[in-house]
Design a protein around this ligand. Structure first.
Ligand SMILES: *Cc1c(COP(=O)(O)O)cnc(C)c1O
Length: 387
């Protein structure tokens, strides 16, 4: 059965999850094996060794590719990794000494860290620019530029970068455009349809959705890049295990339902915070006055589940606040069904302190979960009163 012409929700449930032909099991099995029997030398059913390929991983790769708009016939496809950082590092491994990378300011801290502290040492040239201004991006690209790396919404400030404009600027310089689509997910934003060449995910976050598995993926429409990523996946070996792939595939089935709830709840929380005198600034692209609102309304289906804000009382007030919530758990990461609160300057983004990618010390980031929004708002109200 081909689900390719069908809608997002249907593909999320069915692509890569067809009943097992051997037994009829409705849920495709977890192929917990490292190797595969051959009938004769080189005669097998498409699998030889599990670093090279595993059916559970292939199921997840098919599903994620489909959700980003790439069908089984390509061009390109999906490639899964042991973490989001492994997917990111694989993309950077396709570059060589002397190649120039333009990274958006306010990217995931680990992305900046691996680019600056590993790949720069191997001769990669790196520039970090605020891509919420397309002019800054256009000035940064040059003839050696091979890749423009966009993350939108940005992390943790939730700025919005114009994907179509960034892809045009990259292509004008003969470079590719990558988008880290972790925050938005393909349910809200499909960069490949807006002209980007590849999408990277930390599937640890919304795709898995239950804070119980670490994983990563890339999906590309460029056949040569897809072949290179497949080569690197096997040659380097940062592959996810079958159980992790199965958990992620199970999570993805409810992605649409969860994202609708995340967006609804985040809007409630952002509007609540914007009305409180103890809050100096709220960043949420869904708020009409937010600097990214109009662009987000054009390139996203809705505004996502992440909210950032700065309390009026500065960094000490921020530290008291993140320790005072009870429904929101103080923890790194995001995208699970449970609400999380954190202080990026000292937690997720500590590795970029003192660099161009540093974030305001008093900024609080919320990953708004799918609990009842009344309970989330009441929890924040109690914490604001106490802090
Ligand atoms: C978490 C995250 C990553 C890194 O993914 P891991 O699965 O933790 O390796 C990359 N980009 C973004 C936007 C993230 O939130």
């Amino acid at each position: 059965m081909s689900f390719e012409g069908m809608d997002f929700e249907t593909r999320a449930v069915h692509v890569g999850s067809e009943p097992d032909p051997a037994t009829g099991a409705v849920i495709a099995p977890i192929y917990q094996t490292s190797t595969f029997a051959q009938e004769a030398v080189g005669e097998h059913k498409g699998y030889e060794y599990a670093r090279t390929g595993n059916p559970t991983r292939a199921n997840l790769e098919a599903c994620l590719a489909s959700l980003e708009g790439v069908g089984p016939e390509g061009p390109g496809g999906g490639v899964c990794f042991a973490s989001g950082m492994a997917a990111t590092a694989t993309v950077l491994q396709t570059l060589g000494p002397g190649d120039h990378l333009v990274l958006s300011a306010d990217v995931y801290g680990g992305t900046y860290r691996v680019a600056a502290r590993l790949f720069e040492g191997w001769g990669l040239r790196l520039d970090v620019v605020d891509m919420t201004s397309l002019d800054q991006l256009k000035q940064a690209v040059r003839s050696e530029t091979r890749l423009v790396w966009v993350e939108t919404p940005t992390n943790p400030l939730l700025g919005i970068v114009d994907i179509m404009g960034s892809a045009d600027a990259a292509h004008a310089a003969g470079a590719l455009c990558a988008v880290d689509n972790t925050f938005a997910t393909p349910f809200l934003q499909r960069p490949l349809e807006l002209g980007a060449d590849l999408v990277v995910h930390s599937s640890t976050k919304y795709l898995g959705g239950h804070s119980d598995v670490v994983g990563g993926a890339l999906v590309t429409t460029v056949p040569e890049l897809y072949e290179r990523a497949r080569f690197l996946q096997n040659a380097v070996g940062a592959v996810p295990g079958p159980m992790d792939c199965w958990l992620t595939l199970r999570g993805v089935k409810t992605l649409a339902l969860r994202m609708r709830a995340h967006c609804h709840n985040a809007m409630r929380v952002a509007a609540f915070l914007a009305g409180r005198p103890e809050v100096a600034e709220v960043r949420y692209p869904g708020l009409a006055g937010d600097p990214g609102h109009e662009l987000a309304a054009r390139q996203m289906a809705a505004f996502g589940g992440m909210v950032a804000f700065r309390p009026a009382g500065g960094v000490q007030a921020a530290k008291r606040l993140v320790a005072a919530t009870e429904v929101f758990t103080l923890a790194e990461s995001l995208g699970g069904v449970e609400s999380l609160i954190e202080l990026p300057g000292e937690m997720t983004h500590a590795s970029v302190a003192g660099t161009a990618a540093e974030v305001p010390a008093d900024l609080i980031r919320l990953s708004v979960g799918v609990e009842h929004p009344d309970d989330l708002v009441a929890d924040l109200a109690r914490a604001l009163d106490r802090a």
